[in-house]
Design a protein around this ligand. Structure first.
Ligand SMILES: *Cc1c(COP(=O)(O)O)cnc(C)c1O
Length: 399
């Protein structure tokens, strides 16, 4: 783990055998320009100080670390929450969106293009576009548009154009395909802002770098509160950006156990979960190599999770490598466990978590019971306001 960030990814964008860039030559030329621009610009004093100022004055960082006293008492563990739900727009995603949009500004781009699942990435990117005065086009599956109506309204209020995606399962995977196609039409004036640590190089690296602030803050805050390192760190894994954000600060700590929590959905049948690490195999998806859920022909399999932001058939290349290195343990939480954690955190701590984040909380509650007295630092990646209509319509208000 020495020189970890210097060597990962390597100069071709590989994390071990994963990642890289498997895209048409025309697009590769554009990616190379972005990579080059990122390496130069991200080291410049102006870029760093502007990003720092945005984080503090616009986003409201640092977000706090909170000791969840009731959750701890109920489970017998010591559970701490890194409150990314308090980051502006209600999730960790604004961390990389402001970074990507700032880069776009320095590269002279006029338009930001992206896909969105739960709508959180779309809202975060639309926010960044509004902040910088850039155009914004968000591709979103029709199924998600119906489920995440408030976020669709937010994006429109922020001035973004929302493009409904009507083919396939009409969710995140198809939205990525659609956004990619739109980007290829004008890669000179637009930039494709990927919503997680996925896609071709340099995106898994850039998005991770922009998210590292979460781990850097959390490590310092946790140490200030307790005088020690956490015994365990956990986060939910969709593409894996909030997880990489917090994990990155602890990869060098030998005594910290790290857990990535995948959505186990409603059963182990194909199409009922999005547990990429548990059931997937290495292969290509969306221009990079990672573990993914695919058929014999290499086509992505249908995926599902109660949390729209987690239903992606691939996963970040860095996670794929960390799994093979056994540096991170990839575990799961089902829809039912997620719901239980959602209601418990709302009722017992006064925090309504996103359904995505509820997966991490669910696992932390299980772990706390297995390992009493140990501390667990959970990345609470987002707030649940976007999910409340869906929850109440389908599951009611549980006592
Ligand atoms: C999008 C989202 C996720 C999943 O994305 P990652 O890249 O895996 O972090 C998790 N939590 C929230 C609140 C989200 O909006």
């Amino acid at each position: 783990m020495k020189d970890y960030f210097k060597n990962n990814p390597d100069e071709k964008g590989f994390f071990g055998e994963y990642g890289g860039s498997f895209i048409p030559p025309d697009l590769q030329k554009e990616m190379d320009k972005i990579t080059e621009g990122y390496f130069t610009i991200s080291k410049s004093h102006d870029f760093i100080s502007e990003l720092r100022s945005i984080r503090k004055h616009f986003q409201g960082r640092p977000t706090p670390v909170y000791y969840a006293k009731e959750l701890s008492r109920m489970t017998g563990g010591r559970i701490y929450l890194k409150r990314e739900d308090l980051n502006h727009t209600g999730a960790h995603k604004l961390n990389h969106c402001m970074g990507e949009a700032l880069l776009a500004k320095y590269l002279g781009k006029k338009k930001l293009i992206a896909e969105t699942g739960a709508g959180q990435h779309g809202v975060a990117l639309a926010t960044a576009a509004a902040y910088f005065g850039l155009e914004c086009e968000i591709h979103m599956g029709e199924v998600d548009i119906a489920k995440e109506h408030p976020n669709v309204i937010r994006m429109k209020l922020l001035g973004a154009k929302v493009i409904p995606v009507t083919f396939g399962l009409k969710t995140l995977k198809e939205a990525v395909d659609s956004a990619f196609t739109a980007y290829l039409e004008d890669p000179i004036n637009s930039i494709y802002c990927i919503g997680s640590v996925v896609g071709p190089h340099p995106f898994p690296m850039m998005v991770r770098d922009f998210q590292r602030v979460v781990g850097i803050e959390a490590k310092e805050q946790f140490y200030e509160m307790t005088g020690e390192m956490p015994d365990n760190v956990c986060a939910c894994v969709g593409g894996g950006s909030n997880a990489m954000g917090i994990f990155s600060a602890f990869l060098q700590e030998e005594d910290v156990s790290i857990y990535g929590v995948e959505p186990m959905g409603r059963s182990e049948e194909i199409g009922d979960h999005a547990a990429t690490m548990k059931f997937g195999i290495p292969g290509l998806i969306h221009g990079f190599k990672c573990y993914n859920l695919q058929d014999e022909k290499g086509e992505p399999l249908p995926v599902y999770s109660i949390a729209s932001g987690l239903d992606y058939p691939g996963v970040g290349p860095e996670h794929s490598m960390l799994r093979d290195l056994e540096k991170v343990n990839y575990v799961g939480a089902s829809d039912e466990e997620c719901l239980d954690a959602f209601y418990t955190l709302s009722r017992k701590e006064g925090i309504i978590p996103a359904l995505e984040s509820s997966h991490a909380v669910a696992f932390a509650m299980k772990l706390a019971k297995e390992k009493p007295r140990q501390s667990i630092l959970v990345n609470l990646s987002g707030r649940g306001d976007k999910d409340i209509d869906f929850i109440v319509d389908n599951f009611g208000i549980r006592e």
